[in-house]
Write a protein of this length. Structure first.
Length: 321
């Protein structure tokens, strides 16, 4: 994007981490390009950046030329950290923490795209802030930073921080960002440019509904399954779940057999084990710590249940990852 009138230009920096999500990056920068074309003059300048100024390879194995982050200076409106799905790539980004804090102190708006929010959390930039992160990494963030609670939202735009869950959610986020500056009518023209006719609200979910994920529409069963996904570390009993759903414990047990083909306990255990598998793949937590984080009484109990479900031990799964 070429600069013709600096007075009308907002510089938008994108710090790209190795294996950053290409779809997320494209979904963020393309609305800015379209805004320039529709306006007939440069409104935004996109500046790809890396810590050392070297090109960065994306999740799709495409390389993006980058400037050096330290050369950015203060002439920047917003700085986004764009990351991918491999925790090792963004957990090794400590060199970015100090520069990001400095830019924040200088009044630059700081954002996170996909797992970029984890980097902001590690830099201490999300304390007392509303934010979101890709649903797959929300558990890891909560375990690593217990004082932070990400919103289950597609994006959060407000104040000095801007975050989104990644994927195609940056299209929705950029619609809101452009509307902030240029108004809703102009933002709609940009979204229409990409056939983006169903612009999501910030609080819209990142994932398919519980009904879609579990293949049932029974209201009592759905309320229990949804509660199971949030009550992981301290599992509730069948009687407690039945009271929440307003039915008897025996009837709840029959519903699981009829609609899920497995018992209440087996369903609950698989939800907790799936959560544990994500922590094994993403977090540095020990197997014992993961066992307690998923409601098992010991590492041995967790390991036996994990092997019965997945055919390998937690240690083998972690080595494979």
């Amino acid at each position: 994007m070429q600069i013709s009138d600096p007075r009308n230009l907002q510089r938008i920096g994108f710090v790209l981490l190795p294996n950053f999500a290409l779809m997320s990056y494209a979904s963020a920068i393309e609305p800015l390009r379209a805004a320039n074309l529709i306006a007939g003059s440069p409104l935004y300048e996109v500046v790809p950046l890396s810590a050392d100024g070297r090109p960065v390879r994306s999740s799709a194995d495409l390389e993006i030329a980058c400037g050096r982050l330290s050369d950015l200076g203060g002439a920047c409106h917003t700085l986004y950290v764009c990351a991918g799905g491999n925790p090792a790539d963004w957990q090794a980004s400590s060199a970015l923490h100090a520069p990001l804090r400095k830019f924040a102190r200088d009044g630059i708006r700081i954002g996170g795209i996909s797992s970029g929010a984890y980097v902001l959390a590690a830099a201490g930039l999300l304390d007392a802030c509303d934010f979101t992160i890709h649903w797959e990494h929300a558990a890891l963030l909560r375990e690593t930073f217990p004082h932070l609670v990400p919103h289950q939202a597609r994006f959060v735009v407000g104040g000095e921080r801007v975050t989104c869950g990644g994927g195609v959610a940056p299209l929705d986020m950029m619609h809101a960002v452009i509307a902030e500056r240029m108004g809703a009518d102009f933002a709609r023209r940009v979204s229409d440019w990409y056939l983006h006719t169903a612009v999501a609200e910030p609080a819209d979910p990142q994932r398919g509904s519980v009904a879609e994920r579990f293949g049932t529409n029974h209201p009592a069963l759905l309320s229990v399954l949804e509660k199971m996904e949030t009550a992981i570390e301290n599992p509730l009993t069948r009687a407690e779940m039945a009271r929440l759903a307003g039915i008897s414990s025996r009837h709840l047990g029959r519903l699981f057999i009829a609609h899920r083909g497995q018992s209440f306990l087996d369903s609950y255990r698989m939800i907790r084990l799936a959560h544990g598998r994500r922590l094994l793949e993403q977090s540095p937590l020990s197997i014992a710590e993961i066992a307690y984080a998923t409601g098992f009484s010991s590492a041995g109990h967790f390991s036996r249940a994990f092997k019965a479900a997945y055919g390998e031990t937690p240690a083998s799964a972690r080595r494979g990852q």
